[in-house]
Design a protein. Structure first.
Length: 127
């Protein structure tokens, strides 16, 4: 594979991955706000529904982002290995590092958010 093909592949996947990641992150953050507030489109939802929103929506979004970013990062790492030009390799390795860092942050912060969700939902119980 030529260096220009590798560079174009990296930049193309980076653009698509960035837009996709931001879109899913926005969906996850919107759902997070609804879980924490207990209000969906102006309607109050019960605790059981908020738990379902957590397990059926927010957790799959977070898991998708962790796996997606990991796979994308591994792809960048592999593409960088095919390049001969050191600058193209650097761009590929930095792209891989960016995806790996984002994946680790989602993993760590996702665990912290789940604990926070749990705490908020338990406090919202009547009595």
């Amino acid at each position: 594979m030529s260096d220009s093909s590798v560079l174009l592949s990296i930049l193309g996947f980076l653009a698509v991955g960035f837009v996709s990641g931001l879109w899913v992150t926005r969906m996850a953050n919107d759902r997070m706000d609804e879980i924490l507030s207990g209000v969906v489109k102006g309607v109050s939802v019960p605790e059981q529904q908020r738990w379902l929103m957590l397990t059926n929506n927010w957790l799959p979004y977070a898991a998708f982002l962790i796996v997606f970013l990991t796979i994308l990062g591994l792809g960048f790492y592999r593409l960088a290995g095919w390049a001969q030009d050191p600058m193209v390799q650097l761009i590929g390795y930095f792209s891989a590092m960016m995806c790996a860092t984002a994946s680790v942050f989602w993993l760590a912060l996702g665990a912290i958010w789940v604990l926070h969700f749990r705490s908020v939902l338990r406090q919202s119980r009547p009595g």
